[in-house]
Design a protein around this ligand. Structure first.
Ligand code: NDP
Length: 460
């Protein structure tokens, strides 16, 4: 009989914590998960899921206007925002119930409250202490806002998903995933949207052609992008706000939404006191097996600040359980992780962007071949909507292995998920070419691109 109350206590019932807890329990381990908020975490309660439901809601607006080109007469349409928020919340309640049931059915105890690490084998929840052989920190992250005058007036993605009133004019600060996704959905629902970015372009870290194409499409759809612009202060102005930028320019709006990154949730968890090392940003430092400086304490998901994506946290959780509970140690494989941005149009991407692929190839004395296609999707020949798609393949010239696959356009996330398998298998351009397309689709472009871009275009 173990001298501890549990074999594993997980702090945080989000995507990574729930998966690791239930997989560990399935091996016969005695597991508890501590959660102070709602079971499901950021993705289910405050992120991916509610955001995607609002994206779906917003896309009806495109459907109504596209329908006219196909012979439909569409009557008056109107969005009932409070009703949408209510139905979205009912769905989140349902999902929370499912997550709770998953824990119960897998014999994982749910300890309701805030978990604090007291020492290498003890966790305190609401004044009660529990001993455990291993502790897993899966507390995720929280929006990070810069410290400027009036920042208390700003909302984040947490509040944007639950606004009582639809914001007719919204300023979004930041140009990452969250900023472009919410800009797209609010714009499609009819809001006047301004994005403010300090850099020259949106979506830092993505392929340059993706960034340029998406920015153009967003601007064509009516979103204003203020580049190389820094917000100095936010002031209350009547029922709304005035956003003052460097210089004298101000923008009036109903809501100011900050999407300036997320910081790891490690404050007040007792980690440093227990000997766990944190980065200057507050992320838990772990080795390739998610072990911290304290051998019985582990961490994974957004709190380790590697790749802040739900499926990554889930896979990290499974690698952790294989290593600690199944006696089959393995690190997480971070190569070729597909990702999507649910902007409008959306982005799907897997593998290297052109600049990094070229730098890697050049180090070995080689180079890359670039294949690119820009086109107007068939649907918009009749809908009349001025929207274009872009698809791009990056191929290592010497091995002919496809090292990057990127798309901006309708269904890009659904399309690129499948090509993620091809990249994971190390498929070559010849194998892409030997694959018969499905006609008529946009996806077939990925297997029919034959002409590489001339070399001189690539060094731009
Ligand atoms: P990101 O890191 O993606 O983007 C942050 C943005 O904020 C960047 O444009 C950055 O500018 C800007 N920024 C940072 N600090 C400041 C500042 N002080 N003043 C002005 N601008 C600033 O963060 P998000 O908040 O958008 O999203 C967090 C993470 O959540 C993402 O990285 C992603 O991993 C995950 N996520 C994934 C989604 C998906 O899979 N579809 C959807 C939503 C979130 P600069 O480029 O100049 O640094």
């Amino acid at each position: 009989m173990s001298k501890f109350d549990y074999d594993l206590i997980t702090i945080g019932a989000g995507s990574g914590g729930v998966r690791a807890s239930r997989m560990a329990s399935q091996t016969g381990a005695r597991v508890a998960v501590v959660e102070e908020s709602r079971v499901g975490g950021t993705c289910v309660m405050r992120g991916c899921v509610p955001k995607k439901l609002l994206v779906y809601a917003s896309q009806f607006a495109h459907g109504f206007s596209d329908a006219k080109g196909f012979g439909w007469s569409v009557g008056e349409t109107k969005l009932d925002w409070p009703q949408l928020i209510a139905t979205k919340n009912a769905e989140l309640d349902r999902l929370e119930g499912i997550y709770g049931r998953i824990l119960r059915e897998n014999n994982v105890d749910h300890l309701d409250g805030r978990g604090v690490v007291k020492d290498a084998h003890t966790v305190e929840v609401n004044g009660k202490t529990y001993t455990t052989e291993k502790i897993l920190i899966a507390t995720g992250g929280w929006p990070h806002l810069p410290d400027i005058p009036g920042i208390e007036h700003a909302i984040t993605s947490n509040e944007a998903l639950d606004l009582e009133e639809f914001p007719e004019r919204i300023v979004i600060v930041g140009g990452g995933y969250i900023a472009v996704e919410f800009a797209g959905l609010f714009n499609s629902m009819g809001a006047d949207v301004t994005i403010i970015i300090r850099a020259g372009n949106i979506l830092r870290g993505f392929d340059e052609d993706i960034r340029d194409t998406l920015a153009q499409e967003m601007e064509k759809a009516g979103i204003t992008i203020n580049r190389e612009c820094v917000v100095r202060s936010i002031e209350k102005e009547g029922d709304g706000y005035s956003v003052r930028m460097h210089g004298t320019e101000t923008i009036s709006c109903d809501q100011v939404f900050y999407a300036t990154g997320r910081a790891p949730n490690t404050k007040g968890l007792g980690l440093e006191e227990a000997g766990v090392e944190l980065t200057p940003k507050g992320a838990v430092v772990v080795d390739e097996y998610f072990q911290t400086a304290v051998p019985s304490i582990f961490a994974l998901g957004d709190v380790i600040d590697r790749i802040q994506l739900t499926p990554v946290a889930i896979n990290e959780g499974m690698a952790f359980v294989d290593t600690q509970f199944k006696n089959t140690p393995r690190p997480m494989d971070y190569d070729n992780i597909p990702a999507a941005v649910f902007s409008q149009p959306p982005v799907g991407t897997v593998g290297l962007m052109e600049a990094e692929a070229r730098a890697i190839a050049k180090e070995k004395g080689g180079d890359v071949d670039i294949y690119m296609s820009r086109f107007r999707p068939m649907k918009h020949t009749l809908s009349g909507r001025d929207s274009h798609a872009m698809m791009k393949l990056i191929v290592d010239r010497e091995s002919q292995i496809v090292v990057g696959c990127h798309m901006v356009g309708d269904d890009a996330p659904e399309i690129v998920q499948g090509f993620g398998v091809a990249l994971k298998c190390g498929a070559t351009k010849q194998q892409f070419d030997a694959t018969v397309g499905i006609h008529p689709t946009a996806a077939e472009e990925f297997v029919t691109m034959r002409d590489k871009l001339p070399d001189h275009d690539e060094d731009v």
